[in-house]
Write a protein that binds this ligand. Structure first.
Ligand code: GLN
Length: 451
């Protein structure tokens, strides 16, 4: 049924870069056979899923939305991919994304944009716009995203779906193509809080193949999602998550959500987190710096594209020609920015100060979580904007992640879930819930209470 739905709508939505029809049907039949044989089934047996094209899959290409990896089929599965297979999930295919997860609209994909199913002329968010669009268009009931600065939550917000950035280290990064390794985090996307929890539980947990993976029990997210409540909880509202640039209808739906939390028994606490105003600036030094180092591996020798290898050119020339042809503008912009920020003489001024700001943000969160159990905010300052509107204005594009970035810098967990439609444009608005590290269960407890 989901393959038929994809056939009917994906030409217009363009959520998928690769559809694995045969593989999906074979997997579904294998689940049926197991069931008939009375074998033990995985927790998500037979449930179809759309996988962001940033996770390696040994039976499907992995492009990361880039020409530089066009047609590359990895020799191994990411840990997350393996966990999906162990859970008996049916992987439908790989979803569209901004190249190397750099963007907030999926317009930076080398394979063309994805449309927002609510209005195909608008962006589905990014970088994981393909995954969120697949959910909103009913092409898949579950999807996987990655969130470096908001790429799970911002697409969820603008498509009226649920997305969770787990605690940093909660879900393995092994086989997830690296953008900014100290920020990147894979996580679940779904249409309901409980669905997200079931997927979260299936993909989370310690992985010896990822040195930053947390060796502790997975927070009890499914139990929390089944027992939604905010009775007696202290909920923080941060003064910095409001002001100029926020759409009136977004703030209206957010304020209504705060009222709802109060009526359900939560106590609202006003918080001041002054360093959050610096989060975007710190992020756009740290993320490009790490990216400039991580993307050095795309040298035309090891993977994918190789341009100009006609036997007359040096390896250096082939590398340069391949990068010139294979990387898009935003990726090049970030490599240049990051290389500059890390260069000797500038390192302390740029990368060094950004790291100090990162510590201040972590401290602001620590102080906040002495007073509250969770923090709430709008997920994004505006609803989905038209395709093309911000394509030539990187600063305007970067502002889409104003509310999501502090969480990545601190390594906390956060969720976005729908909280109504903005009255002025009828488009979905996202409510963000933020919890301390390894308290991901609180997201689900609060999320399912207000869903
Ligand atoms: N939009 C942010 C960026 O462009 C975040 C992307 C992400 O979370 N992968 O870097």
């Amino acid at each position: 049924a989901h393959l038929a739905r994809i056939d009917a709508v994906d030409e217009k939505v363009h959520a998928f870069l690769h559809i694995d029809r045969e593989g999906a049907l074979a997997q579904a039949r294998a689940v049926d056979a197991k069931r008939e044989a009375g074998e033990k089934l995985g927790p998500l047996a037979g449930v179809p899923l759309a996988l962001k094209d940033i996770f390696t899959t040994k039976d499907m290409p992995t492009t990361v939305g880039s020409k530089i990896l066009e047609g590359w089929v990895p020799p191994y599965d990411a840990t997350l991919t393996q966990k999906l297979r162990d859970a008996d999930v049916v992987i439908l295919g790989k979803t569209n994304m901004d190249e190397f997860a750099m963007g907030s609209s999926t317009e930076n994909s080398a394979y063309g944009p994805t449309g927002n199913p609510w209005d195909l002329t608008r962006i589905p968010g990014g970088s994981g716009g393909g995954s969120s669009a697949a959910l909103a268009s009913y092409e898949a009931p579950l999807a996987i995203g990655t969130d470096t600065g908001g790429s799970i939550r911002q697409p969820a917000a603008v498509t009226g779906t649920v997305g969770v950035k787990p605690t940093y280290g909660g879900v393995s990064r092994y086989g997830m193509v690296a953008f900014s390794s100290s920020l990147d985090q894979g996580g679940p996307c779904a249409r309901t809080v409980l669905d997200a929890a079931l997927l979260h539980e299936a993909i989370a947990g310690h992985d010896p193949l990822d040195s930053t993976s947390i060796d502790a029990p997975v927070p009890p997210v499914v139990e929390a999602a089944r027992n939604g409540s905010v009775q007696g909880m202290r909920v923080g509202v941060v003064k910095q998550f409001r002001g100029e640039g926020y759409q009136a209808g977004v703030l209206q739906r957010f304020d209504e959500s705060v009222e709802l939390l109060k009526s359900l028994g939560a106590t609202i606490v006003e918080l001041d987190c002054p360093s959050f105003d610096l989060a975007l600036s710190a992020y756009y030094l740290i993320a490009p710096s790490e990216c400039s180092s991580n993307l050095a591996r795309f040298d035309a020798m090891r993977y994918g594209l190789r341009v100009g290898d006609d036997g007359t050119k040096s390896a250096e020339e082939v590398t340069a020609l391949t990068r010139e042809a294979g990387f898009g503008d935003e990726v090049k912009r970030r490599i240049i920015l990051g290389t500059y920020a890390l260069s000797s003489g500038y390192y302390d001024a740029y990368y060094g100060s950004a790291q100090k700001v990162r510590t201040l943000i972590t401290q602001d969160f620590e102080k906040a979580f002495e007073q509250v159990d969770v923090i709430v905010s709008p997920t994004t300052p505006t609803t989905a904007f038209p395709i093309g509107e911000r394509a030539d204005d990187p600063m305007a594009m970067y502002l889409a992640d104003l509310c999501t970035i502090p969480t990545n810098l601190a390594g906390n967990s956060a969720m976005s879930l729908p909280c109504g439609l903005a009255p002025e444009d009828g488009l979905p608005v996202g409510l963000q819930i933020i919890a301390p590290a390894m308290k991901d269960d609180r997201l689900y407890k609060v999320g399912s209470a207000v869903e």
